[in-house]
Write a protein that binds this ligand. Structure first.
Ligand code: SF4
Length: 163
């Protein structure tokens, strides 16, 4: 059975910067949860950041640029948390490898987990195209990375991988 690495907040765990979760509803997700496919992980907490914590955004690029050393992750009060984000991304990759997960469903918009959009680094609520640090590393290492908005595509890939 294919396992799926999942952002912990999508399972309702209260790990977000504001102490909340972002649970996903729906039959597909519930079915995967009930089957034991889902492997929860929060890169920011795994990387050593507390709950709650100051909001952070990538400044100077996206998660790929952070991996390449050309962008940084800063909090809204200017603290550089890049190393914690990189540590969390590496631990997410370790977790995927240990569990055998080749697929990840990550929370859209997060500076760690976003796979299509992230906030633009100005802390003004504007988003831009790009990926978060963990999403970028997992994609670079060959995982299939999706957001919570892509569940039918995940189902199609599962059917293909398990046929
Ligand atoms: S780092 Fe990812 S898993 Fe953790 S709270 Fe943010 S979006 Fe959710």
């Amino acid at each position: 059975m294919e396992r799926i690495l999942v952002s912990s907040c999508l399972l309702g765990r209260p790990v977000r910067y504001d102490g909340a979760g972002k649970p996903v509803a729906g039959a597909l997700f519930e079915g995967w949860r009930a089957a034991g496919r889902l492997v929860p992980f929060c890169p920011e907490v795994g990387g050593g950041l507390p709950v709650p914590r100051p909001p952070a955004e990538i400044v100077g690029g996206d998660g790929t640029a952070v991996l390449d050393g050309t962008a940084r992750v800063l909090t809204d009060n200017g603290q550089d948390v890049t190393e914690a984000f990189l540590r969390g991304a590496r631990l997410a990759l370790d977790t995927a490898h240990r569990s055998g997960a080749r697929i990840a469903i990550l929370k859209e918009g997060s500076p760690s987990c976003g796979s299509h959009r992230i906030y633009d680094g100005t802390f003004s609520g504007r988003s831009t195209a790009g990926d978060g640090v963990t999403a970028a590393l997992l994609e670079r290492e060959g995982l299939h990375v999706f957001s919570e908005n892509d569940l039918p595509a995940v189902a199609a890939l599962l059917a293909n991988l398990e046929s």
